[in-house]
Design a protein around this ligand. Structure first.
Ligand code: ADP
Ligand code: ASP
Ligand code: MG
Length: 408
């Protein structure tokens, strides 16, 4: 007998039929003698619809009220799914984030989990109940509801698996596992049998939304083995773990695209010490994360700095910088929201200097201009025009995973 955490995403509980399908997967696991803890997302596009509803009322609502609203989606799915399990004749209880005492900080909209003791869940498992927990939500020190950021139910599932010392954390979704690229954009992408936490973390952080990056971070920290698999096709999925052993070890594990990027250029900055410090410390103080940074060579005692931020932070970043224009002393500020970041990820690239040039060749072969480049041990990212994002993703994927690939 094992303790298994099973998470089902929004499309897996979209309607009546899917909910019963999920209830049957849960029931099968339970009937095999396992303790089962389930984490659910909101049904289908519920979260997006709730965001739209809020915008109609107030385009700038307080983050506390936004979380109050968004957390309702998950509460609907857990109750409906529990009813479906009841109908199958099995003992079940649904619980919200606050009922399982999932404590977070007060960063509404992207709250971090601080503590999850799991007593209530253990007590329910002891009573032989299947426990269905609302994903994506917690409670802060004021007793208010918080949410964990988009895709946060993955993180709830891993946190529960860690707290309960579960034997396995299964993430059921609408694709058969983790692929070498998003299979919806790149139809010839291949499913990976396994991937390391480190590579998965990079892929998730660079735009592969199949797992929330924080869930992978948590899984690595607590040694929670994850399996990403389809809720529709009963097949083996992708195992995410510390060390992979597969024969199929490749230099590059995957390619990802992120459209959620915007760039800010500060033109005509003074070419003196301390300029970068002043710009990036003011952004850091306002908790705005900066990604790629490019600084031009100084000419005639001025220089330009361009950097990228998440699209949702663009307005705030420019407001803050404009407010400091007299201190930072730039002549002009321009922004660009029509960008995509395309990245390759792989632990094997560090010892292979040719990888970057292969990526750039792939982009050149389809006539794509690169605006910015950033590299680290395990990844190379390029910033290009958004209109060329899908073509770039396919071209780079084909270079490393196409039939004539030398990657294997
Ligand atoms: P869920 O609702 O189950 O949480 P998500 O929509 O959050 O599902 O994540 C699954 C989606 O992630 C897939 O439908 C797929 O389009 C996308 N995706 C992006 N990159 C990848 C990848 N490398 N492998 C698999 N899926 C990916
Ligand atoms: N419902 C939330 C979202 O759409 C959380 C999740 O699905 O993981 O982002
Ligand atoms: Mg998701």
């Amino acid at each position: 007998m094992a303790l298994i955490v099973q998470k089902f995403g929004g499309s897996s509980v979209r309607d009546y039929e899917r909910i019963f399908h999920v209830a049957n997967i849960i029931a099968d696991t339970y009937r095999k003698g396992n303790d089962v803890v389930v984490v659910l997302s909101a049904q289908g596009d519920t979260t997006d619809e709730l965001i739209k509803k809020a915008e109609e009322i107030n385009p700038r609502p307080s983050r506390r009220e936004m979380d109050m609203l968004l957390s309702t989606g998950e509460q609907i799915s857990i109750a409906l799914c529990a009813m479906a399990v009841e109908k199958l004749g099995l003992p079940v209880i649904s619980l919200t984030g606050w009922q399982v005492n999932l404590k977070t900080n007060s960063d509404y909209g992207s709250a971090k989990i601080q503590k999850l003791a799991g007593e209530r869940i253990r007590a329910e498992l002891h009573r032989k109940n299947i426990v269905i927990v609302a994903g994506f939500q917690g409670i802060n020190k004021f007793g208010d509801i918080t949410t964990l950021g988009r895709g946060g139910s993955d993180t709830t599932a891993v946190a529960l698996a860690a707290a309960l010392r579960a034997d396995l954390c299964q993430i059921y979704t609408d694709v058969e596992g983790v692929f070498t690229a998003d299979p919806r954009t790149v139809p010839n992408a291949r499913k990976l049998d396994e991937i390391t936490f480190d590579e998965m973390l990079e892929l998730a952080s660079l735009g592969a939304q199949v797992l929330q990056n924080r869930s992978v971070e948590l899984a690595k920290r607590y040694g929670v083995q994850m399996e990403v698999l389809s809720s529709m096709e009963p097949k083996r999925g992708t195992i995410v773990k510390e060390v992979t052993t597969g024969m199929e070890k490749t230099l590059i594990s995957g390619v990802a695209k992120d459209d959620n990027v915007a760039s800010v250029s500060l033109i005509g900055l003074e070419d003196v010490p301390g300029v970068a410090y002043k710009i990036f410390s003011v952004l850091a103080k306002n908790r705005i994360n900066v990604d790629i940074i490019l600084q031009s060579i100084g000419r005639e005692s001025t220089k330009d700095i361009t950097f990228t931020v998440a699209k949702k932070n663009l307005e705030r970043a420019t407001e803050i910088l404009r407010g400091k224009q007299s201190v930072l002393m730039f002549n002009d500020m321009t922004t660009n929201e029509n960008l995509s970041k395309v990245s390759i990820v792989g632990a094997g690239m560090i010892n292979n200097p040719g990888i970057a040039s292969q990526m750039f060749e792939a982009l050149y072969s389809v006539g794509i201009n690169i605006h910015m480049i950033s590299t680290s041990e395990m990844k190379i990212s390029v910033l290009i025009d958004k209109s060329e994002g899908d073509i770039a993703l396919k071209a780079v994927h084909d270079k490393f995973f196409g039939t004539r690939s030398e990657n294997l």
